[in-house]
Design a protein around this ligand. Structure first.
Ligand SMILES: Nc1nc2c(c(=O)[nH]1)N[C@H]1C(S)=C(S)[C@@H](COP(=O)(O)O)O[C@H]1N2
Ligand SMILES: [Mo]
Length: 271
């Protein structure tokens, strides 16, 4: 710098000024774009509590996962010894009203198979379900709140149940490998007896071999706060879908209303 002529201070200042102006200009454009984008976003209508662009992203993710879902894929299973003896109790929506456990029966709304009668509802007792083959599953139960625990459940495999009671098809035929794809409803809906908690679940997940209508936990009758007399255990889904205290099961080609999806969460909620 002490060599005369090697440093033109004027030129240097001009350069610095130009760069500074450019940076400021870009900075303001950036802020303006950010502001415009944010204003646009928060002005969007909401779809079940989630802003529409976010809901669209959730649904797009959901359909990608639904398409790549295979009923042959299993959630990892653990040994019974790995199951925690103290199972967390979480969520009591639809569980606060009185329920006479002895009088309880499962309401199954199915298609009669006749075009004259749209649906017939049958009542199924817990004893009838217990008389069916029992399936047990030990898996890592995950809640969207961020906790998880290895838990052990027992009950009737949903696919066995659907076959026996000819549920989930439009023709009223027992669902098995021979069904035509169009004959199987796209969704199952489950709700508590008081209808305060309800979930909608895609049928491939319902028919997955680890999905059970559950009446046992840790080899003992299901405690009331864990959903007695009957709850859903569906290891391919997050906790929100494991509805406790099932009152009614029905089927539909449209997605049934879902308690947490209405409150802004992902409908598919797969793991
Ligand atoms: N009826 C009913 N079922 C429910 C809920 C609820 O609030 N009501 N909460 C869900 C949520 S968010 C979780 S994580 C699990 C918790 O099951 P647990 O209490 O057996 O741990 O239940 C699910 N099933
Ligand atoms: Mo949860």
């Amino acid at each position: 710098m002490d060599t005369p002529g090697s440093f033109d201070e004027k030129e240097f200042r001009r350069l610095v000024r130009r760069k500074t102006m450019k940076s400021f200009f870009l900075f303001f454009i950036f802020i303006a774009l950010l502001y415009a984008g944010y204003s646009w976003l928060i002005a969007q209508p909401k779809d079940d509590k989630a802003l529409r662009p976010f809901r669209n992203i959730l649904n797009a993710n959901g359909s990608v996962f639904a398409r790549s879902f295979s009923s042959d894929n299993k959630a990892p299973e653990y040994s019974k010894k790995a199951a925690t003896p103290r199972v967390r109790v979480n969520g009591d929506a639809g569980m606060t009203s009185e329920l006479d456990q002895a009088k309880w029966k499962l309401k199954l709304v199915r298609n009669s198979g006749s075009s004259l009668i749209l649906s017939d509802t049958i009542l199924i007792s817990l004893d009838e379900l217990k008389a069916m083959p029992k399936t047990e599953v030990v898996f890592n139960f995950k809640c969207i709140e961020g906790w998880s625990q290895v838990t052990w459940w027992g009950g009737v495999r949903f696919s066995d149940f659907a076959k026996k009671y000819r549920a989930g098809t439009k023709s009223g035929a027992a669902p098995d490998e021979k069904n035509k794809q169009e004959d199987i409803y796209r969704y199952a809906g489950l709700e508590t007896p008081d209808k305060e908690y309800y979930v909608g679940i895609d049928m491939p997940s319902m028919f997955q071999s680890q999905t059970i209508l559950c009446y046992e936990m840790n080899g003992k009758p299901l405690p009331e706060n864990q959903g007695a007399p009957l709850r859903l255990i569906i290891p391919v889904k997050y906790g929100i879908k494991h509805l406790k205290r099932i009152g009614t099961i029905f089927f539909s080609d449209d997605p049934p209303p879902d308690y947490w999806a209405k409150r802004g969460y992902d409908y598919f909620a797969g793991l």
